[in-house]
Design a protein around this ligand. Sequence first.
Ligand code: ZN
Length: 336
Amino acid sequence: MRLFGVTCALLLLLAGARSLATETHQLTTVLKPGINFVGWVGQPIYADDLFEALPESQLVYSWDGEAKQFRFSSPHLRGDLYKIDPGMGIVIRIAGDETVEWVRPDDRPAPILFLEPGWNLIAWSGADGVSLREARSSLDLEDADIVAPEGVTRLDFADAIWVNTPHAIEWNQVAGIPLDLIATGAASTANKNASVTEALAAIDWYRQEFDLEIEAHLTLYLHFECEELLADALPEHDVLGDLECLGSYHPFSAWAGPDYVVVDLGALYMWGNSWRPHDFFRDVYTHELAHILQYQLLERSLLDEPAWLVEGVATWMTTHRKILGIITVSNQGVQK
Ligand SMILES: [Zn+2]
């Protein structure tokens, strides 16, 4: 197992740049004058960019289930809601007395959602026409409440809903998500959601861009301390942990095995931008999924291959995804 280890020092150099969303699908939502509850199903968007895309909006706010408080932003007064992440429910106030047809990004598949104890305002990412009772049964939690705003009784994709749960819970609203996430206790809900969303986006990017399908059912491990990870979460891969964690110094932000990725969240705070976890995870998973595809294509350990080639390809993928359109790839090779 030790031979499966691939480490990623170069990744540290790449974290932190602003992401470039590649939106392929769109969704039309009719907003009425006044208050509208909406589930956000696009890539992460800054509140300022939302106001630019929707000039009729006067105010946007959301409920932070972790801090248990509302956060807001408006075009004229920057509040404390800076960024809207996929899976969030938001409230938008529309000015005037006309309805607005809002064409907005629709980036399926939806993330697994991590709900905090107490109330959460989130997006419904399942099918259209699902009753509240059906949605509640998919939560598989006796004591949870689901409340749809504005008297809605059936949910459509990208609606907003309130969910009240007695304890933290992971909700997979869409069957067939091809990955699991195992996080140690200190990982925040925002980091867990960003991790799953960006891993799914990276899987989709390799599919769209290179026609390469990740065949493994992936497990994502998030941790702050290697020792914590070894003790709690990673028994079957402990040799990899030994490789990275022995001693007190472990400089790598992430590594990959044939069907898993381990991410050190400390790197997000040291090298990335903890206000923008999506940017960090986007780079991490683009890089690490390149290694998983290398395992898949070679069917052997990568440690016997030249490091410049193995790491070079993974690093190139991350850069290519950032500057898509500047470099094109053809069967004949790479062209500027
Ligand atoms: Zn690497």
